[in-house]
Ligand binder design. Sequence first.
Ligand code: HEM
Length: 436
Amino acid sequence: MAASRTDLNDPATDAGTRSAVCPVDHAEFSGDAAHHGYEPFDMNDPFPAYERLRAEEPVMYDERIGLWVVTRWADVRAVFEDWETFSSENAQAPIRERGPEASRIMKEGGFTAYSGLSARIPPDHSRIRAIAQRAFTPRRFKALEPTIRENTRAALEKMLESPDRQGDFLHDIAFDIPTVTILTLLGVDSAMVPMYKRWSDSRGAMTWGDLSDDQQIPHAHNLVEYWQECERLVVQAHRDGGDSLIADLVEAQGAGAEITDHEIASLCYSLLFAGHETTTTLIANSVRVLLGHREAWEAIVADPTRIPSAIDEVLRYSGSIVAWRRKALRDTAIGGVAIPEGAGILLVMGSANRDDEVFAHPDQFDIDRTDARNHLSFGYGIHYCLGNMLAKLQDRIVLEESAAAVPSLRLTGTPIAFGENLSFRAPTSVPVTWEA
Ligand code: HEM
Protein backbone atom coordinates (compact mmCIF):
# COMPACT_ATOMS: atom_id res chain seq x y z
CA MET A 1 0.00 0.00 0.00
CA ALA A 2 2.54 2.59 -1.04
CA ALA A 3 2.16 5.95 -2.69
CA SER A 4 5.00 8.04 -3.96
CA ARG A 5 3.97 11.58 -3.03
CA THR A 6 5.31 13.42 -0.04
CA ASP A 7 2.48 15.04 1.91
CA LEU A 8 -0.61 15.81 -0.11
CA ASN A 9 -1.79 19.42 -0.11
CA ASP A 10 1.25 20.61 1.82
CA PRO A 11 2.13 23.74 -0.15
CA ALA A 12 5.89 24.33 -0.18
CA THR A 13 7.33 27.66 0.94
CA ASP A 14 10.89 28.86 0.92
CA ALA A 15 11.20 32.09 2.87
CA GLY A 16 14.32 32.58 4.98
CA THR A 17 16.58 34.95 6.87
CA ARG A 18 20.13 34.70 8.08
CA SER A 19 21.96 36.09 11.06
CA ALA A 20 25.70 36.48 11.49
CA VAL A 21 26.03 34.95 14.95
CA CYS A 22 25.67 31.26 14.18
CA PRO A 23 28.63 29.33 15.64
CA VAL A 24 28.61 26.84 12.74
CA ASP A 25 30.68 27.76 9.68
CA HIS A 26 28.14 28.33 6.93
CA ALA A 27 30.65 29.83 4.53
CA GLU A 28 29.61 27.54 1.72
CA PHE A 29 25.96 28.58 1.99
CA SER A 30 24.30 31.86 1.21
CA GLY A 31 20.96 33.42 2.18
CA ASP A 32 18.49 30.93 3.66
CA ALA A 33 20.67 28.08 2.41
CA ALA A 34 22.63 28.71 5.63
CA HIS A 35 19.83 26.83 7.36
CA HIS A 36 19.39 24.34 4.53
CA GLY A 37 15.99 25.91 3.84
CA TYR A 38 14.78 25.16 7.38
CA GLU A 39 12.25 27.72 8.60
CA PRO A 40 11.47 26.96 12.27
CA PHE A 41 7.91 28.33 12.33
CA ASP A 42 6.82 27.46 8.80
CA MET A 43 4.83 24.25 8.97
CA ASN A 44 3.50 24.15 5.42
CA ASP A 45 6.01 21.71 3.97
CA PRO A 46 9.03 21.30 6.23
CA PHE A 47 9.99 17.86 4.86
CA PRO A 48 12.42 18.85 2.06
CA ALA A 49 14.38 21.01 4.54
CA TYR A 50 14.37 18.16 7.09
CA GLU A 51 15.83 15.87 4.43
CA ARG A 52 18.60 18.36 3.63
CA LEU A 53 19.37 18.82 7.32
CA ARG A 54 19.66 15.06 7.89
CA ALA A 55 22.03 14.77 4.94
CA GLU A 56 24.07 17.97 5.34
CA GLU A 57 24.00 19.12 8.96
CA PRO A 58 22.04 16.74 11.20
CA VAL A 59 22.95 18.73 14.31
CA MET A 60 22.69 22.43 13.39
CA TYR A 61 22.71 25.48 15.62
CA ASP A 62 19.92 27.84 14.59
CA GLU A 63 20.59 31.28 16.07
CA ARG A 64 17.12 32.54 15.08
CA ILE A 65 15.60 30.37 17.81
CA GLY A 66 18.72 29.80 19.92
CA LEU A 67 18.41 26.02 19.64
CA TRP A 68 20.46 23.11 18.27
CA VAL A 69 18.25 21.46 15.68
CA VAL A 70 18.61 17.65 15.72
CA THR A 71 17.09 15.78 12.79
CA ARG A 72 18.29 12.15 12.61
CA TRP A 73 16.21 9.41 14.23
CA ALA A 74 19.10 7.83 16.18
CA ASP A 75 20.18 11.20 17.62
CA VAL A 76 16.62 12.29 18.48
CA ARG A 77 15.92 9.02 20.25
CA ALA A 78 19.27 9.03 22.09
CA VAL A 79 18.59 12.52 23.49
CA PHE A 80 15.03 11.60 24.55
CA GLU A 81 16.43 8.50 26.27
CA ASP A 82 19.24 10.21 28.19
CA TRP A 83 17.20 12.30 30.63
CA GLU A 84 20.14 12.65 33.00
CA THR A 85 22.10 14.64 30.40
CA PHE A 86 19.19 16.24 28.54
CA SER A 87 16.53 17.73 30.76
CA SER A 88 13.00 18.61 29.61
CA GLU A 89 12.85 21.69 31.87
CA ASN A 90 12.72 24.03 28.83
CA ALA A 91 9.97 22.06 27.05
CA GLN A 92 7.26 24.59 27.92
CA ALA A 93 9.33 27.78 28.06
CA PRO A 94 7.99 30.58 25.81
CA ILE A 95 10.00 30.70 22.59
CA ARG A 96 9.60 34.47 22.51
CA GLU A 97 10.22 36.32 25.75
CA ARG A 98 7.07 37.67 27.40
CA GLY A 99 6.50 41.37 26.75
CA PRO A 100 6.16 43.77 29.72
CA GLU A 101 2.39 44.21 29.35
CA ALA A 102 1.70 40.47 29.03
CA SER A 103 3.92 39.84 32.07
CA ARG A 104 2.06 42.47 34.10
CA ILE A 105 -1.36 41.01 33.16
CA MET A 106 -0.26 37.51 34.13
CA LYS A 107 1.37 38.55 37.38
CA GLU A 108 -1.59 40.64 38.51
CA GLY A 109 -3.98 37.86 37.44
CA GLY A 110 -2.23 35.42 39.79
CA PHE A 111 -0.94 33.22 36.96
CA THR A 112 1.43 30.73 38.58
CA ALA A 113 0.80 27.66 36.39
CA TYR A 114 3.70 25.32 35.83
CA SER A 115 3.94 22.33 33.54
CA GLY A 116 1.98 19.34 34.83
CA LEU A 117 4.63 16.83 33.79
CA SER A 118 6.44 17.40 30.54
CA ALA A 119 8.78 20.15 31.79
CA ARG A 120 9.22 18.65 35.24
CA ILE A 121 12.33 16.67 36.03
CA PRO A 122 13.01 13.76 38.39
CA PRO A 123 12.46 13.31 41.26
CA ASP A 124 9.35 15.59 41.02
CA HIS A 125 8.50 14.24 37.58
CA SER A 126 8.67 10.57 38.66
CA ARG A 127 6.61 11.26 41.80
CA ILE A 128 3.81 13.13 39.97
CA ARG A 129 3.82 10.83 36.93
CA ALA A 130 3.36 7.74 39.14
CA ILE A 131 0.32 9.35 40.78
CA ALA A 132 -1.14 10.67 37.50
CA GLN A 133 -0.63 7.30 35.83
CA ARG A 134 -2.84 5.65 38.43
CA ALA A 135 -5.66 7.99 37.38
CA PHE A 136 -5.11 7.23 33.65
CA THR A 137 -6.73 3.82 33.91
CA PRO A 138 -7.89 1.69 30.96
CA ARG A 139 -11.23 1.50 32.83
CA ARG A 140 -11.65 5.27 32.47
CA PHE A 141 -10.78 5.19 28.77
CA LYS A 142 -13.06 2.21 28.07
CA ALA A 143 -15.93 3.98 29.79
CA LEU A 144 -15.48 6.93 27.42
CA GLU A 145 -15.72 4.84 24.24
CA PRO A 146 -19.54 4.91 23.82
CA THR A 147 -19.64 8.69 24.36
CA ILE A 148 -16.85 9.26 21.83
CA ARG A 149 -18.71 7.08 19.30
CA GLU A 150 -22.01 8.82 19.93
CA ASN A 151 -20.40 12.27 19.58
CA THR A 152 -18.71 11.19 16.35
CA ARG A 153 -21.97 9.89 14.85
CA ALA A 154 -23.80 13.09 15.77
CA ALA A 155 -21.05 15.28 14.29
CA LEU A 156 -20.97 13.20 11.07
CA GLU A 157 -24.75 13.35 10.70
CA LYS A 158 -24.66 17.12 11.08
CA MET A 159 -21.86 17.52 8.53
CA LEU A 160 -23.67 15.24 6.05
CA GLU A 161 -26.74 17.49 6.21
CA SER A 162 -24.84 20.09 4.19
CA PRO A 163 -27.01 20.68 1.06
CA ASP A 164 -24.00 21.30 -1.19
CA ARG A 165 -22.11 18.27 0.23
CA GLN A 166 -19.22 20.40 1.40
CA GLY A 167 -17.66 20.16 4.85
CA ASP A 168 -14.51 20.93 6.76
CA PHE A 169 -13.48 17.75 8.57
CA LEU A 170 -11.28 19.74 10.94
CA HIS A 171 -13.99 22.08 12.21
CA ASP A 172 -17.03 19.83 11.73
CA ILE A 173 -15.62 16.64 13.27
CA ALA A 174 -12.05 16.77 14.62
CA PHE A 175 -12.35 20.03 16.54
CA ASP A 176 -14.85 19.23 19.28
CA ILE A 177 -14.63 15.47 19.83
CA PRO A 178 -11.28 15.32 21.70
CA THR A 179 -12.16 18.47 23.66
CA VAL A 180 -15.43 16.99 24.88
CA THR A 181 -13.55 13.79 25.77
CA ILE A 182 -10.91 15.50 27.90
CA LEU A 183 -13.51 17.75 29.53
CA THR A 184 -15.57 14.66 30.39
CA LEU A 185 -12.46 12.96 31.79
CA LEU A 186 -11.78 15.97 33.97
CA GLY A 187 -15.41 16.38 35.01
CA VAL A 188 -15.98 19.69 33.18
CA ASP A 189 -19.28 20.62 31.49
CA SER A 190 -18.92 20.15 27.72
CA ALA A 191 -20.72 23.48 27.17
CA MET A 192 -17.31 24.95 28.03
CA VAL A 193 -15.72 23.62 24.78
CA PRO A 194 -15.44 27.02 23.00
CA MET A 195 -13.88 28.56 26.10
CA TYR A 196 -11.26 25.81 26.40
CA LYS A 197 -10.49 25.96 22.70
CA ARG A 198 -9.85 29.69 23.02
CA TRP A 199 -7.62 29.21 26.05
CA SER A 200 -5.74 26.37 24.35
CA ASP A 201 -5.09 28.45 21.26
CA SER A 202 -3.58 31.07 23.52
CA ARG A 203 -1.51 28.48 25.33
CA GLY A 204 -0.07 27.18 22.04
CA ALA A 205 0.59 30.65 20.68
CA MET A 206 2.17 32.04 23.87
CA THR A 207 4.58 29.13 24.31
CA TRP A 208 5.45 27.97 20.81
CA GLY A 209 4.41 30.93 18.67
CA ASP A 210 6.36 33.85 17.25
CA LEU A 211 4.32 36.71 18.80
CA SER A 212 5.15 40.40 19.16
CA ASP A 213 4.64 42.07 22.56
CA ASP A 214 1.29 43.52 21.42
CA GLN A 215 0.08 40.23 19.98
CA GLN A 216 0.72 38.59 23.36
CA ILE A 217 -1.73 40.79 25.28
CA PRO A 218 -5.10 39.08 24.50
CA HIS A 219 -3.44 35.69 25.01
CA ALA A 220 -2.13 36.79 28.42
CA HIS A 221 -5.71 37.60 29.50
CA ASN A 222 -6.83 34.18 28.26
CA LEU A 223 -4.08 32.35 30.17
CA VAL A 224 -5.07 34.09 33.40
CA GLU A 225 -8.69 32.94 32.94
CA TYR A 226 -7.51 29.43 32.01
CA TRP A 227 -5.33 29.08 35.12
CA GLN A 228 -8.06 30.47 37.42
CA GLU A 229 -10.41 27.83 35.99
CA CYS A 230 -7.88 25.05 36.77
CA GLU A 231 -7.54 26.28 40.36
CA ARG A 232 -11.33 26.43 40.64
CA LEU A 233 -11.66 22.83 39.42
CA VAL A 234 -9.36 21.59 42.19
CA VAL A 235 -11.32 23.50 44.85
CA GLN A 236 -14.54 22.03 43.42
CA ALA A 237 -13.13 18.48 43.47
CA HIS A 238 -12.20 18.91 47.15
CA ARG A 239 -15.70 20.15 47.90
CA ASP A 240 -17.87 17.87 45.76
CA GLY A 241 -15.73 14.80 44.92
CA GLY A 242 -17.25 13.14 41.85
CA ASP A 243 -16.19 10.72 39.14
CA SER A 244 -13.38 12.50 37.33
CA LEU A 245 -9.64 12.39 36.93
CA ILE A 246 -9.27 15.51 39.12
CA ALA A 247 -11.42 13.93 41.84
CA ASP A 248 -9.20 10.81 41.63
CA LEU A 249 -6.09 12.93 42.15
CA VAL A 250 -7.65 14.81 45.07
CA GLU A 251 -8.74 11.48 46.57
CA ALA A 252 -5.22 10.06 46.13
CA GLN A 253 -3.88 13.14 47.92
CA GLY A 254 -6.34 12.51 50.78
CA ALA A 255 -5.10 8.92 50.96
CA GLY A 256 -1.51 10.09 51.40
CA ALA A 257 -0.18 10.49 47.84
CA GLU A 258 2.46 13.20 47.76
CA ILE A 259 0.89 15.76 45.43
CA THR A 260 -0.06 19.39 46.18
CA ASP A 261 -3.15 21.27 45.00
CA HIS A 262 -0.92 23.47 42.85
CA GLU A 263 0.52 20.35 41.18
CA ILE A 264 -2.99 18.99 40.54
CA ALA A 265 -4.09 22.35 39.06
CA SER A 266 -0.93 22.33 36.90
CA LEU A 267 -1.81 18.84 35.68
CA CYS A 268 -5.28 20.14 34.72
CA TYR A 269 -3.63 23.07 32.96
CA SER A 270 -1.49 20.61 30.96
CA LEU A 271 -4.14 17.99 30.25
CA LEU A 272 -6.75 20.49 29.17
CA PHE A 273 -4.32 21.50 26.44
CA ALA A 274 -2.32 18.32 25.66
CA GLY A 275 -5.48 16.25 25.88
CA HIS A 276 -7.21 17.64 22.79
CA GLU A 277 -5.12 19.97 20.65
CA THR A 278 -2.85 17.20 19.36
CA THR A 279 -5.70 14.69 19.00
CA THR A 280 -7.73 17.16 16.93
CA THR A 281 -4.69 17.38 14.65
CA LEU A 282 -4.24 13.60 14.58
CA ILE A 283 -7.86 13.11 13.48
CA ALA A 284 -7.62 15.89 10.88
CA ASN A 285 -4.31 14.54 9.56
CA SER A 286 -5.60 10.97 9.44
CA VAL A 287 -8.48 11.94 7.19
CA ARG A 288 -6.37 14.35 5.15
CA VAL A 289 -3.57 11.86 4.49
CA LEU A 290 -5.79 8.77 4.01
CA LEU A 291 -8.03 10.60 1.54
CA GLY A 292 -4.92 11.94 -0.16
CA HIS A 293 -3.84 8.34 -0.75
CA ARG A 294 -7.15 6.98 -2.01
CA GLU A 295 -6.11 3.33 -2.05
CA ALA A 296 -5.30 3.56 1.68
CA TRP A 297 -8.73 5.08 2.42
CA GLU A 298 -10.42 2.37 0.39
CA ALA A 299 -8.40 -0.27 2.24
CA ILE A 300 -9.72 0.89 5.63
CA VAL A 301 -13.27 1.20 4.26
CA ALA A 302 -13.07 -2.42 3.06
CA ASP A 303 -11.37 -3.68 6.21
CA PRO A 304 -11.60 -1.47 9.33
CA THR A 305 -9.22 -3.79 11.23
CA ARG A 306 -6.46 -2.06 9.27
CA ILE A 307 -7.23 1.26 10.98
CA PRO A 308 -4.81 0.86 13.94
CA SER A 309 -1.80 0.33 11.67
CA ALA A 310 -2.99 3.19 9.44
CA ILE A 311 -3.00 5.43 12.54
CA ASP A 312 0.59 4.50 13.39
CA GLU A 313 1.59 5.37 9.86
CA VAL A 314 -0.21 8.74 10.04
CA LEU A 315 1.66 9.46 13.28
CA ARG A 316 4.93 8.64 11.55
CA TYR A 317 4.22 10.40 8.27
CA SER A 318 2.46 13.49 9.53
CA GLY A 319 2.70 13.81 13.33
CA SER A 320 0.84 16.46 15.33
CA ILE A 321 4.02 17.56 17.12
CA VAL A 322 7.07 17.73 14.87
CA ALA A 323 9.61 19.17 17.31
CA TRP A 324 10.16 19.18 21.09
CA ARG A 325 12.76 20.78 23.33
CA ARG A 326 15.46 19.61 25.73
CA LYS A 327 18.33 21.33 27.56
CA ALA A 328 21.90 20.02 27.95
CA LEU A 329 22.81 19.80 31.64
CA ARG A 330 26.55 19.40 30.95
CA ASP A 331 29.03 19.66 28.11
CA THR A 332 28.20 16.76 25.85
CA ALA A 333 27.89 15.70 22.20
CA ILE A 334 25.07 14.73 19.86
CA GLY A 335 25.97 12.73 16.75
CA GLY A 336 29.62 13.74 17.22
CA VAL A 337 28.84 17.49 17.46
CA ALA A 338 29.94 19.19 20.70
CA ILE A 339 27.05 20.70 22.66
CA PRO A 340 27.80 23.09 25.53
CA GLU A 341 26.22 22.89 28.97
CA GLY A 342 23.01 24.94 29.09
CA ALA A 343 22.33 24.67 25.34
CA GLY A 344 18.74 24.38 24.17
CA ILE A 345 18.01 21.52 21.78
CA LEU A 346 15.15 21.04 19.32
CA LEU A 347 14.44 17.39 18.64
CA VAL A 348 12.74 17.27 15.26
CA MET A 349 10.62 14.13 15.43
CA GLY A 350 8.93 15.09 12.14
CA SER A 351 12.32 14.61 10.52
CA ALA A 352 13.37 11.54 12.54
CA ASN A 353 10.18 9.83 11.38
CA ARG A 354 11.32 10.22 7.77
CA ASP A 355 14.91 9.03 8.31
CA ASP A 356 15.76 6.44 5.65
CA GLU A 357 18.29 4.87 8.02
CA VAL A 358 15.24 3.54 9.87
CA PHE A 359 12.24 3.61 7.52
CA ALA A 360 12.43 2.31 3.95
CA HIS A 361 11.09 4.85 1.41
CA PRO A 362 10.20 7.21 4.26
CA ASP A 363 8.33 9.74 2.09
CA GLN A 364 5.86 7.08 1.02
CA PHE A 365 2.67 6.74 3.02
CA ASP A 366 2.21 3.00 3.51
CA ILE A 367 -0.35 1.59 5.95
CA ASP A 368 1.20 -1.87 5.57
CA ARG A 369 4.53 -0.72 6.95
CA THR A 370 5.44 -3.04 9.83
CA ASP A 371 7.80 -0.64 11.59
CA ALA A 372 5.66 2.54 11.64
CA ARG A 373 5.41 2.21 15.43
CA ASN A 374 9.07 3.16 15.68
CA HIS A 375 7.97 6.75 15.06
CA LEU A 376 8.92 9.26 17.76
CA SER A 377 5.76 11.38 17.60
CA PHE A 378 4.89 10.60 21.24
CA GLY A 379 8.48 11.19 22.41
CA TYR A 380 10.47 8.42 24.04
CA GLY A 381 11.72 7.49 27.51
CA ILE A 382 10.53 8.83 30.85
CA HIS A 383 8.28 11.52 29.35
CA TYR A 384 6.64 9.24 26.75
CA CYS A 385 3.16 10.63 26.11
CA LEU A 386 0.77 9.61 28.86
CA GLY A 387 -2.27 10.09 26.64
CA ASN A 388 -1.14 8.12 23.58
CA MET A 389 -3.75 5.40 24.05
CA LEU A 390 -6.56 7.90 24.45
CA ALA A 391 -5.47 9.79 21.33
CA LYS A 392 -5.35 6.60 19.24
CA LEU A 393 -8.67 5.36 20.65
CA GLN A 394 -10.42 8.55 19.53
CA ASP A 395 -8.82 8.53 16.11
CA ARG A 396 -9.78 4.88 15.62
CA ILE A 397 -13.41 5.55 16.51
CA VAL A 398 -13.63 8.59 14.20
CA LEU A 399 -12.07 6.66 11.30
CA GLU A 400 -14.31 3.61 11.87
CA GLU A 401 -17.44 5.74 11.95
CA SER A 402 -16.43 7.93 9.01
CA ALA A 403 -15.38 5.03 6.79
CA ALA A 404 -18.70 3.29 7.52
CA ALA A 405 -20.96 6.36 7.19
CA VAL A 406 -19.38 8.08 4.22
CA PRO A 407 -17.05 5.84 2.19
CA SER A 408 -17.24 8.28 -0.73
CA LEU A 409 -15.58 11.02 1.35
CA ARG A 410 -12.85 12.87 -0.55
CA LEU A 411 -10.76 16.04 -0.34
CA THR A 412 -12.11 18.92 -2.40
CA GLY A 413 -8.63 19.69 -3.69
CA THR A 414 -8.50 23.13 -2.06
CA PRO A 415 -4.90 23.61 -0.84
CA ILE A 416 -4.50 23.07 2.89
CA ALA A 417 -2.36 25.45 4.92
CA PHE A 418 -0.72 24.77 8.28
CA GLY A 419 -0.57 27.26 11.17
CA GLU A 420 2.78 28.89 12.02
CA ASN A 421 4.37 27.23 15.03
CA LEU A 422 7.67 25.80 16.23
CA SER A 423 6.31 22.46 17.42
CA PHE A 424 2.68 21.91 16.51
CA ARG A 425 2.01 21.13 12.87
CA ALA A 426 -1.74 21.56 12.50
CA PRO A 427 -3.76 22.03 9.30
CA THR A 428 -6.05 25.06 9.41
CA SER A 429 -8.84 23.24 7.52
CA VAL A 430 -9.56 19.92 5.81
CA PRO A 431 -12.18 20.68 3.11
CA VAL A 432 -14.09 17.55 2.10
CA THR A 433 -16.98 16.53 -0.10
CA TRP A 434 -18.90 13.26 -0.75
CA GLU A 435 -21.36 11.54 -3.07
CA ALA A 436 -25.11 12.02 -2.61
C1 HEM B 1 -1.82 12.64 18.79
C2 HEM B 1 -1.92 13.03 20.01
C3 HEM B 1 -0.73 13.32 20.90
C4 HEM B 1 0.58 13.54 20.57
C5 HEM B 1 1.22 13.57 19.19
C6 HEM B 1 1.29 13.75 21.82
C7 HEM B 1 2.64 13.98 21.90
C8 HEM B 1 3.34 14.13 23.08
C9 HEM B 1 4.75 14.40 23.18
C10 HEM B 1 5.70 14.60 22.00
C11 HEM B 1 5.07 14.47 24.49
C12 HEM B 1 6.47 14.76 25.07
C13 HEM B 1 7.24 13.46 25.21
C14 HEM B 1 8.66 13.63 25.69
O1 HEM B 1 9.04 14.71 26.17
O2 HEM B 1 9.41 12.62 25.61
C15 HEM B 1 3.86 14.23 25.23
C16 HEM B 1 3.79 14.22 26.59
C17 HEM B 1 2.61 14.15 27.27
N1 HEM B 1 1.34 13.97 26.74
FE1 HEM B 1 0.88 13.72 24.81
N2 HEM B 1 0.40 13.67 22.85
C18 HEM B 1 -0.85 13.40 22.34
C19 HEM B 1 -2.02 13.23 23.04
C20 HEM B 1 -2.14 13.33 24.39
C21 HEM B 1 -3.36 13.19 25.14
C22 HEM B 1 -4.71 12.83 24.54
C23 HEM B 1 -3.04 13.40 26.45
C24 HEM B 1 -3.91 13.37 27.68
C25 HEM B 1 -5.11 12.93 27.77
C26 HEM B 1 -1.62 13.65 26.53
C27 HEM B 1 -0.92 13.88 27.70
C28 HEM B 1 0.44 14.00 27.78
C29 HEM B 1 1.16 14.20 29.03
C30 HEM B 1 0.54 14.30 30.42
C31 HEM B 1 2.52 14.29 28.71
C32 HEM B 1 3.69 14.51 29.67
C33 HEM B 1 4.28 13.17 30.05
C34 HEM B 1 5.51 13.29 30.92
O3 HEM B 1 6.23 14.28 30.84
O4 HEM B 1 5.73 12.36 31.70
N3 HEM B 1 -1.11 13.61 25.26
N4 HEM B 1 2.82 14.01 24.36
